[in-house]
Design a protein around this ligand. Structure first.
Ligand SMILES: *[C@@H]1O[C@H](CO)[C@@H](O)[C@H](O)[C@H]1NC(C)=O
Ligand SMILES: *[C@@H]1O[C@H](CO)[C@@H](O)[C@H](O)[C@H]1NC(C)=O
Ligand SMILES: *[C@@H]1O[C@H](CO)[C@@H](O)[C@H](O)[C@H]1NC(C)=O
Ligand SMILES: *[C@@H]1O[C@H](CO)[C@@H](O)[C@H](O)[C@H]1NC(C)=O
Ligand SMILES: *[C@@H]1O[C@H](CO)[C@@H](O)[C@H](O)[C@H]1NC(C)=O
Ligand SMILES: *[C@@H]1O[C@H](CO)[C@@H](O)[C@H](O)[C@H]1NC(C)=O
Ligand SMILES: *[C@@H]1O[C@H](CO)[C@@H](O)[C@H](O)[C@H]1NC(C)=O
Ligand SMILES: *[C@@H]1O[C@H](CO)[C@@H](O)[C@H](O)[C@H]1NC(C)=O
Length: 652
């Protein structure tokens, strides 16, 4: 199994991956002594000092001799959220107290930050840029295909230039990329950073020393990192940093000097839609390419999938190791492995039929349950586009989004592997007379909030701007704790960060959930997802399908019915009978109000997902009166009830 590292996005309190820990030499402080309290006071204040510093860097001392504690912390230059930076430093202190208990000194490398503290301030000034005590290297096990000399030359050139760029900025941080597709080498992305207290010359020297540590083996790997306390570098075959790269490096021998600040997506023309339709088909096609591309690891907090963490480092005298690439966030599965996992796609293992093909439950040999979607067709985009797209999909990570674990392809077979969610999809519960009782008001509210968070992430907080375009209860899967996960990105559109709407001539989606401007003119925007979300809220609250008319008095659809009840202050009648007893009616009213705001006819009147989340979470926020909903008097029929692999009740 080859693993593709994925990037963490906004997971609260996540510090990224823990890379390495170096405890001191076992010189302990005494329990409850002054040193410990000095350390505690540093741990309390340093995180916010670092995150509020423009360079995301701070050094500090606390207490007087002999119990002075010296510390240094730095966040990665592209961590733009102050909370993420502060949380990472705080997590480092916590971690040090757990893994190096009582130790007077420790160095912790997280993906997003690094921390060192010690009773000996020698490491602060003058900075030692040649020490090996905190040296950490991690190399991907895969090699870049191609002429080894050319590849190594490119990698070094890229790192050299990125190092030079970092040394010349005040923040001592730079990211870059090199497109060497002219010589059939994949685009490589790089990052270099020094602690900003280094002089420009020291920073360059520190980074060059790391680059020089690369030998003929490591310089042809598809990714790697080298870190010491004072500087670090990383390169990968995928975009692992956020923000636009500082630098575009041209392959040696092609054309002159590096070209500053060129957007990565240069091939994607002027169009606002960068990656048009990210269909599962496209994802699979991407996988074909990714198959032999990536191998690395990355994990998130608390994921079942993660099997082993990085090996721990105790004692400052051990030096370097290669981490195994065994922890996967995204994997390329072997076809045989998928056959075994699904009993040769046996009928018994079939979970349902999604929009793009059947979905099977699978069991990997490690005991991990997966959902396997077997796609029918194949799309023929170019290499670079596909690669970019899979990278994009892979980067969508949020606890309210279903996770694509990997893919597999052999011959005509194109397979997507998702995390398996045992509780099926939302429609399985809310529209079923018996199962609906399993969802009390609080669960329903939690589901609504979860979907809102997932959508907010897609619209705003992910590194991309994504419009889902096919939100409906059968695409909301539920995990073992009934947390909702948005699934099926088959129709999703992805945008560059400064644009988020478009028009398509191929309107696809599900009637009953489609905003009027999308259904009639093909115009989609985050507001069209907001509309679908509003319909889902009403369905969750009422237990009725928008499309099923007969239960709604003389109203032709749920939206009109809900609006009328609301206007007549009879909204309690809308609420599913099985939830009434355990809810405060005012909170139900708010929820219905929010839903009705979302389904208003004019997109411009609808709230954004940030507004929705704010309204859901703040009870004191005054809500607008909803204008009448779309399809006020239109019959809605359900043409399509497909889902990613959530089996709707109809399919059971
Ligand atoms: C330091 O403290 C840790 C944890 O209490 C203990 O395991 C270790 O043996 C101590 N080391 C020394 C040198 O006392
Ligand atoms: C240190 O303080 C904690 C909490 O006040 C206490 O439980 C512990 O016994 C103390 N340890 C020593 C060695 O005094
Ligand atoms: C954090 O900043 C405040 C205000 O500048 C300062 O008083 C405090 O000493 C700093 N703390 C540390 C640990 O550097
Ligand atoms: C600290 O490191 C240990 C060992 O690698 C890990 O299990 C733990 O989750 C980490 N704690 C935090 C707060 O990151
Ligand atoms: C820096 O560290 C190296 C290796 O640990 C050591 O040999 C050297 O003396 C140190 N330099 C300074 C200036 O402390
Ligand atoms: C530090 O490690 C590098 C790479 O392993 C090695 O080449 C160098 O000699 C080491 N330096 C010191 C001072 O030990
Ligand atoms: C990178 O920079 C170092 C130091 O200036 C130089 O020796 C080396 O040749 C450069 N490598 C490439 C590939 O440009
Ligand atoms: C290259 O460097 C890596 C990591 O420092 C080391 O494990 C490996 O043995 C080296 N290979 C060669 C051929 O020197």
């Amino acid at each position: 199994m080859i693993s593709v590292p994925l990037f963490l996005a906004l997971v609260p309190l996540a510090a990224g991956e823990l890379l390495a820990q170096f405890c001191g030499n076992g010189i302990n402080f005494t329990a409850n002594g002054t040193y410990q309290s000095n350390l505690a006071s540093l741990a309390a204040t340093l995180p916010s000092n670092v995150s509020s510093s423009p360079n995301l860097f701070a050094t500090a001392t606390a207490g007087g001799a002999p119990d002075t504690v010296y510390a240094l912390a730095l966040c990665r230059g592209d961590v733009t959220s102050a909370t993420a930076c502060g949380d990472c430093v705080a997590a480092s202190f916590q971690n040090a107290s757990r893994t190096c208990p009582m130790d007077r000194s420790a160095t912790i490398f997280y993906d997003d930050c690094l921390l060192r503290f010690s009773g000996d301030g020698g490491f602060l000034a003058p900075p030692n840029i040649t020490e090996n005590a905190t040296l950490f290297q991690y190399w991907n096990q895969e090699n870049i295909l191609g002429d080894a000399g050319v590849v190594a030359g490119n990698v070094r050139e890229l790192l050299n230039e990125t190092a030079r760029a970092a040394a010349t900025t005040a923040r001592r941080f730079a990211t870059g990329f090199m497109d060497a597709s002219s010589v059939s080498i994949p685009t490589l992305y790089s990052l270099t950073q020094c602690t900003p207290d280094l002089t420009s010359g020291d920073c360059l020297a520190c980074l060059r020393r790391l680059i020089d540590m690369m030998n003929s083996t490591t310089s042809v790997r598809v990714g790697g990192r080298i870190l010491v306390l004072r500087c670090n570098l990383r390169f990968e075959k995928f975009v692992f940093y956020s923000g636009e790269p500082t630098l575009r490096v041209t392959p040696p021998g092609s054309s002159p000097a590096p070209d500053p600040i060129t957007p990565i997506k240069r091939n994607k023309s002027k169009s606002v839609v960068i990656a048009a339709i990210v269909s599962p088909v496209a994802a699979v096609a991407l996988c074909l390419i990714v198959c032999y591309c990536f191998r690395s690891r990355r994990f998130r907090e608390g994921k079942r999938l993660q099997k082993r963490r990085s090996r721990r480092f105790q004692g400052e005298d051990e030096l370097v190791w290669e981490m195994e690439g065994e922890i996967s966030e995204f994997s390329v599965f072997d076809f045989h492995q998928v056959l075994v996992a699904t009993d040769n796609f046996s009928e018994e293992k079939k979970l349902g039929e999604g929009g793009f093909g059947p979905v099977y439950k699978g069991l990997l040999s490690e005991g991990l349950e997966i959902a396997v979607k077997r796609l029918a067709s194949h799309s023929g985009q170019g290499f670079i586009e596909f690669k970019n797209e899979v990278q994009l999909i892979a980067k969508l990570q949020h606890r309210n989004l279903v996770r694509l674990l990997g893919c597999c392809s052999q011959g005509e077979e194109k397979i997507l592997v998702y995390e398996y969610l045992p509780n099926k999809s939302l429609d399985f519960y809310i529209f079923d007379a018996k199962r609906t009782a399993l969802l009390d008001w609080n669960k329903r509210l939690a589901i609504i909030e979860g979907i809102a968070q997932g959508l907010l992430y897609l619209h705003k907080h992910s590194r991309l701007r994504v419009i889902h375009r096919d939100l409906k209860p059968s695409n909301i899967l539920l995990d073992s704790e009934m947390n909702p996960k948005i699934s099926d990105f088959g129709l999703a559109k992805i945008f560059s960060s400064n644009s988020n709407e478009g028009t398509t001539r191929r309107v696809a989606g599900t009637y009953g959930y489609m905003a009027p401007e999308y259904a009639s003119e093909g115009h989609f925007s985050p507001k069209s997802d907001v509309f679908s979300f509003g319909v889902i809220i009403l369905e969750i609250i009422s237990g009725k399908r928008n499309a099923s008319v007969h239960q709604c008095e003389d109203f032709i659809n749920l939206l009109g019915y809900a609006w009328k009840l609301f206007a007549e202050e009879r909204w309690l009648e809308l609420v599913d009978a099985s939830v009434v007893p355990n809810c405060q009616s005012s909170c139900m009213m708010r929820c219905i109000n929010i839903a009705l705001l979302c389904v208003q006819e004019n997109a411009i009147d609808r709230p954004t997902m940030s507004d929705v989340v704010a309204m859901l979470t703040s009870e004191s926020m005054v809500l607008d009166e909803p204008k009448h909903p779309a399809y006020f008097h239109v019959r809605v029929t359900n043409h399509d009830e497909s889902s990613t692999y959530g089996t709707s009740s109809a399919k059971m």
